[in-house]
Every structure is written in structure tokens, then in C-alpha cells.
Design a protein around this ligand. Structure first.
Ligand code: ZN
Length: 170
């Protein structure tokens, strides 16, 4: 399920700093994994979200629209992508069953990525939703979350050790 917030003309999106912006392009809209998650956004920013309501893209989206159309992939194509990804989620590494796999656009459609097979990889549902919810700075954000949570659970020393390891690995 992919829910967006719209007032019928514009969609709620987030800028790089996490602020609320409005866009006419549905592919740039922030997506939510549930109506509740979308409603929480409205409750947090009632002023900016005034007049906006949740809209399920998958039920009714794109019909008659000239916007980017997500292509449907055949079973064969899904299997190729599954095998290319070694049968696991390319984001968290978890093993996946073919039927549970979701297709992740490596470069998101909203950031100019294409619908070609080369731009697709296997991802579990949770990671795929997580990624689309925190675009466009997905990698930066997860590193930030990881370091911050590590610091909270462990200590500043541990955080520094991890930073060194990460920098060495780059
Ligand atoms: Zn995953």
C-alpha cells in the first residue's frame, strides 16, 4: 500500500531538511505505508496539511494520468531480479521468498531513475517502504540513525570506533 497526501491538485512532499513542501508531481510525493501514518503527518503539521487527505495510489492511481506510470513486471522479470539479488533484500540482507519480494528502484523514479531492469533490485516490503518514506537522502539518514542509536545504547567511544570503521571502509 502506498498512501500519499493530496488536496486533489498538490501532493505533500518533503525537502532535504525534512520540511513540508507541496508538489504537483505525484512521483515526488512523500509516501506512507498506511492511512494512519499519513494521518499522523497531518496531526503533526495541521496548518501546512490543511485541506489534504490520504489517497491510496495503488487503487486508483495514474488512470488517465500523464505522470510517470509504474510498469507492471511479469513473473519472469521478477524472477530475474530475484536471482540477480541472490534471493535477498538488497537493503538489509534478509533472505526473501520470491512471492514476498518487492521491487526497489535503485535510483528512485522521483529522482529520475528509470523503470528498466538494471535499475531494479529485490527488497523486502519493510525496507522498500522505509526507503520511500525517507527519500531523497536514504543512505545519509540510515547512517545518521544508526550512529545516533548506537551512541544512545553504547557510548560516544563506540560511536567513534564505528565512524572510523565506516570511513576506512569507504
Ligand atoms: Zn530488507
Amino acid at each position: 500500500m502506498a498512501i500519499v497526501l493530496t488536496n486533489g491538485k498538490y501532493y505533500i512532499a518533503t525537502n532535504k531538511k525534512g520540511g513540508i513542501i507541496k508538489t504537483e508531481a505525484i512521483e515526488g510525493a512523500q509516501t506512507f505505508c498506511s492511512v494512519n501514518a499519513a494521518m499522523r503527518k497531518i496531526f503533526r503539521s495541521p496548518g501546512k496539511c490543511k485541506g489534504y487527505y490520504p489517497y491510496d495510489m495503488e487503487n486508483t492511481a495514474y488512470e488517465g494520468s500523464t505522470k510517470i506510470r509504474r510498469r507492471r513486471f511479469s513473473d519472469e522479470e521478477r524472477e530475474i531480479i530475484y536471482n540477480k539479488s541472490g534471493g535477498h533484500c538488497e537493503l538489509c540482507g534478509q533472505q526473501l521468498l520470491l512471492e514476498n519480494m518487492t521491487l526497489d528502484h535503485i535510483v528512485p523514479l522521483s529522482m529520475g531513475g528509470g523503470d528498466s531492469m538494471e535499475n531494479l533490485q529485490a527488497a523486502c516490503y519493510a525496507c522498500n517502504q522505509f526507503k520511500s518514506n525517507i527519500l531523497p537522502d536514504f543512505m545519509d539518514r540510515i547512517i545518521k540513525i544508526f550512529l545516533y542509536q548506537t551512541e544512545k545504547k553504547c557510548s560516544k567511544d563506540m560511536k567513534l570506533k564505528i565512524i572510523h570503521k565506516l570511513v576506512e571502509a569507504l
